[in-house]
Design a binder for this molecule. Structure first.
Ligand code: ADP
Length: 164
């Protein structure tokens, strides 16, 4: 059985993430979506909220699990018996840091492969931060995130906007 890991902060999950997760689930026996507990940027959603939203939007994929991780990704992958890390690539701007990270991981754990999946054309510009900004300024995110994520964003940012 081949297990792949899709890591990220998912703050919150977007249709771009979901597309990568669905395509990865169609290739590998099992996919673990690994939610980074403490991203360097202060997240809008707690790790538990990010995980719950992900669990709901991947509920139709029987071979996908959502878990938390912290520390080194390669250590986590080894612990889970996963041989492959799958990352989505949006633009040339993603390439440099992903290249560095993949080579560092390869150096530490040569038995683990990083594979890149090209974004779908319609999501190439999409990022969690863009969606947060859009909602903060009153825009409608329905084209970019699943409906329950749009509702969670609206709820969360309503409080921020009113300063509570
Ligand atoms: P972000 O960079 O939006 O904060 P994450 O850290 O949550 O995202 O990213 C998790 C993974 O999903 C990364 O491999 C990232 O490149 C990928 N990803 C994010 N958005 C998209 C998208 N629109 N299309 C393809 N891959 C994406």
């Amino acid at each position: 059985m081949t297990t792949a890991i899709c890591p990220g902060s998912f703050d919150p999950v977007t249709n771009g993430h979901l597309d990568i997760i669905e395509r990865t689930a169609a290739i590998f026996d099992k996919v673990i979506v690994a939610v980074l507990e403490n991203p360097s940027k202060e997240p809008l959603f707690t790790a538990a909220e990010r995980r719950r939203l992900l669990q709901e939007v991947v509920a139709h994929l029987p071979n996908v699990e959502v878990e938390y991780f912290q520390g080194l990704l390669v250590d986590y992958a080894k612990k889970k018996g996963a041989k492959v890390i799958v990352k989505g690539l949006r633009a040339i701007s993603d390439f440099e840091s992903e290249f560095q990270m993949a080579l560092t991981n390869k150096k530490m754990s040569p038995e683990i492969e990083t594979m890149f999946m090209m974004t779908a054309n319609e999501y190439s510009f999409l990022s969690s931060s863009m969606v947060k900004e859009l909602v903060f300024f009153g825009g409608n995110p329905e084209e970019f995130v699943p409906p329950l994520v749009a509702a969670a964003l609206e709820e969360k940012l309503k409080h921020r906007r009113s300063g509570k």
